[in-house]
Design a protein around this ligand. Structure first.
Ligand code: SF4
Length: 455
């Protein structure tokens, strides 16, 4: 324990002890009944991992055997029918990073296989929750290209991932239909869509920065990804490109495949030749996800010449919403895997996400509390993403009604929706705290609101 001498001679502990007290080894998958007979060759094979991803509660039961309590399995099953906005898809690699001895409280289980009992009974959804809560599709200038910021765009090359996160902010678009949600479809053929996207980038000289996402770029066939990237690098205004993949932590085996590495190597080389910065952004929410296999996958990307691998976590209650878990996550990705802690997003206001979401107040306290431990370049920024606005650091709220849990935010640019709206920069944009975190007066306000307006 780190201590400090006081005037009185007493020794006081720091609020956080570095280094994190954690083992760094690949958990032995053979401890899990469904993986008992799996040879290392298969475990390291991305195709085996994809084929054996858990897609149902029945498969989860078969995989985890007696480790999965019946009440938890029943609760996950009920959740799938009544609350879940994402289909179940969990690669064995992710199952293997769960604490199978306490699955109710395991952080990875809590966001990858949510249970009905995890959710807030009275307020599973905030009345202001929306399917496409960031209005990304409203800001599509061509199908799958969101132009929200003046110089940056988001390109969704695919609508699938090798894993589906329960809290996915793109639940409107990404993944398979589930009982609660019929997903939005992009009607334009993929090949035609990519042409439209490239045309848009050519025609809009103010766009210099492209986030290539989805979905997960690990689900874009590597030849397609390479072709798209190489053609994009030919566009003179494109200076920064980030490829987004959670698979780096959820399915690191993908980045061991020789054809994938060869394609990525050519992408990194051409980017260098064209003086385009190309980085990889990943999504790791908990230190338990970082294993030697993940670290080796990151190393391979850095060795190929990707400028950085950065992490964009999502702040989730019961997963990583404490000083210790955020700093454990940050130090583990930085020290063990050379991933830069970059952003920690507050969970967006999508339906049935209330039990994961945190108040702005809590996010601000966490930002305060993590300062000073990590190098400045690797101290993650906690981010709020108010609808119709875009990312803001959590301390940038213009004002904050703590009773009703409404924060107000201002904007300094126009999105593609407001290019002819003179009032857009004078408006206040709202973000809402989870109602169960409010006092009685605030909760009563929202009960009355629902009676008057419906939810
Ligand atoms: S990896 Fe990203 S896009 Fe895919 S389900 Fe998870 S949060 Fe959504």
């Amino acid at each position: 324990m780190n201590v400090r001498q006081t005037d009185m001679g007493a020794l006081l502990a720091q609020p956080y002890d570095y280094p994190p007290d954690r083992d760094f080894s690949e958990p032995d998958w053979r401890r899990i009944p469904g993986f008992r007979e799996v040879a290392e060759r298969d475990w390291l094979d991305a195709r085996w991992q994809r084929r054996n991803a858990v897609k149902s509660v029945a498969a989860l039961r078969r995989t985890l055997g007696d480790w999965l309590p019946d009440e938890l399995a029943d609760s996950i099953f009920r959740d799938q029918r009544e609350r879940a906005t994402m289909a179940m898809l969990i690669p064995p690699q992710m199952i293997n990073t769960m604490n199978v001895e306490d699955l109710w409280n395991d952080p990875i289980r809590r966001y990858m296989a949510p249970a009905f009992a995890d959710r807030d009974r009275e307020w599973p959804s905030h009345p202001m929750a929306r399917r496409d809560s960031l209005h990304e599709a409203d800001m599509w200038t061509v199908p799958g290209l969101t132009h929200k910021y003046p110089t940056k765009v988001l390109v969704e090359l695919t609508t699938t991932c090798p894993q589906y996160c329960g809290h996915c902010t793109r639940m409107d678009l990404v993944g398979l239909d589930v009982p609660q949600v019929t997903k939005r479809r992009i009607e334009v053929r993929t090949k035609d869509r990519y042409e439209l996207i490239l045309d848009y980038l050519r025609e809009n000289r103010a766009v210099r920065d492209v986030v290539v996402s989805g979905g997960d770029v690990a689900n874009v066939p590597i030849a397609q990804l390479e072709d798209f990237c190489l053609r994009m690098f030919e566009i003179p205004n494109i200076r920064d490109v980030r490829l987004a993949t959670k698979a780096l932590a959820a399915l690191p085996q993908h980045f061991r495949q020789s054809e994938v590495l060869s394609g990525l190597e050519r992408i990194a080389r051409r980017a260098r030749e064209r003086e385009v910065n190309v980085a990889v952004h990943t999504h790791i929410n908990h230190a338990n996800s970082v294993t030697p296999l993940v670290a080796r996958a990151v190393r391979a990307l850095l060795d190929l010449g990707f400028r950085d691998v950065r992490n964009q976590a999502v702040l989730l209650r019961g997963v990583n919403d404490s000083l210790a878990s955020l700093l454990d996550l940050s130090f583990t990705i930085l020290d063990r895997a050379h991933v830069i802690p970059y952003y920690v997003y507050m969970c967006d206001m999508v339906p049935n996400s209330e039990h994961w979401r945190t108040s702005l107040d809590q996010a601000q306290r966490l930002q305060h509390d993590i300062m000073g431990y990590l190098p400045g370049f690797a101290t993650p920024r906690l981010i709020c993403d108010p609808p119709y606005l875009g990312k803001r650091w959590v301390h940038q709220a213009h004002s904050y009604d703590r009773t009703r849990g409404i924060s107000y935010w201002t904007k300094n640019y126009r999105t593609s929706l407001e290019l002819d709206d003179p009032a857009a920069l004078d408006l206040r944009y709202e973000f809402y705290d989870p109602i169960d975190t409010l006092g009685e007066e605030g909760q009563e306000y929202w009960r009355r609101y629902v009676l008057e307006h419906g939810d």
